[in-house]
Design a binder for this molecule. Structure first.
Ligand code: ADP
Ligand code: MG
Length: 281
């Protein structure tokens, strides 16, 4: 079953002249169609400016299509009556954790979303408990968010989304400002939510190591979807990825270089174990 359906999406930003009048448009999304299955973990890759954030903002109606349609479940994002439903079902996590934290105490921050949509108090605290537990932050519930590391703050932001009981969570470069340890924690947390709570995940990132466990990778370039497949399929095409100015995981790169030097290896090696196995055969 598809949770998200994007059909022939075109989005154009207005271009403004010096006097503030609209002097034209620039196309950021150029005829994109994507179906995302419920419960799947989808990673979106693409060079800066390829349209990833613009696409993400269509998934909870922050932006509306210039042409084409986006559905979350049965709801067309253009339907104003469905706005709250869509925002509740598709939660967003952004790059900078400091911009997403509102309250002075962790548990209050997590409670903010459900409070805002009128969830009864008793249920709110149960949701806060469950969400903090799901992201491994229960021990910090009474703490000030200011005292947390970037990775911990990002996990609190994710708990805040979880407390809304979304079907889907969209993360736009959530680890870009984190150290390697924080990055690992956040990615592990997102994978657990996907597996254990069956939350559909759309993860935008430019760290290749973060996408090798995704079910599916979508590559964008100049507003278009240019590749779509499993990690193994995508990372088998090193030359094509380089054309789109993307890296590949270090192990994939090493295997690719070895193969070029004549070592018989299959394409799309993603882990050290796979490479070791292949070399020892
Ligand atoms: P990405 O997230 O992949 O870096 P974006 O979706 O942010 O890409 O940007 C896609 C294109 O749209 C880029 O050319 C960018 O300059 C342009 N763009 C993004 N935001 C705006 C905006 N608010 N106004 C005008 N152009 C924008
Ligand atoms: Mg972006």
């Amino acid at each position: 079953m598809n949770l998200i359906k994007i059909a022939k999406l075109i989005f154009e930003y207005a271009k403004y002249g010096e006097d503030g009048s609209v002097v034209g448009t620039s196309r950021a999304i150029d005829n994109v169609s994507i179906d995302i299955e419920k419960g799947s973990f989808v990673a979106v890759l693409g060079h800066n400016g390829s349209g990833k954030s613009t696409l993400a903002k269509h998934l909870n109606a922050i932006l509306l299509p210039t042409e084409g349609t986006v559905w979350i479940g049965e709801d067309d994002t253009k339907n104003p009556d469905a706005l709250w439903d869509i925002r509740q079902r598709a939660g967003m996590v952004f790059q900078n954790p400091d911009n997403q934290i509102i309250a002075n105490v962790v548990e209050e921050d997590v409670a903010f979303g459900p409070e805002n949509i009128g969830v009864p108090t008793r249920d709110i605290w149960r949701r806060v408990d469950e969400s903090l537990k799901a992201v491994g932050m229960t021990a910090f519930r009474k703490k000030s968010p200011n005292k947390l590391s970037g990775g911990q703050k990002q996990r609190v932001a994710i708990a805040g989304v979880m407390a809304m009981k979304p079907d889907c969570i969209i993360l736009d470069e959530p680890t870009a400002m984190l150290d390697p340890h924080g990055r690992e924690d956040v990615i592990r947390t997102v994978h657990e939510l996907n597996k254990q709570e069956n939350i559909t995940v759309v993860l935008i990132t430019h760290y290749m190591e973060e996408v090798i466990d995704a079910d599916r990778i979508i590559v964008m370039d100049e507003g278009k979807v240019v590749m779509d497949g499993t990690p193994k399929e995508i990372f088998s095409k090193v030359d094509q990825l380089k054309k789109y100015r993307l890296d590949v995981p270090q192990v994939t790169e090493l295997a690719y270089e070895l193969k070029k030097e004549g070592v018989p290896l299959e394409d799309g090696i993603l882990t050290i174990e796979e490479l070791v196995d292949a070399l020892c055969q």
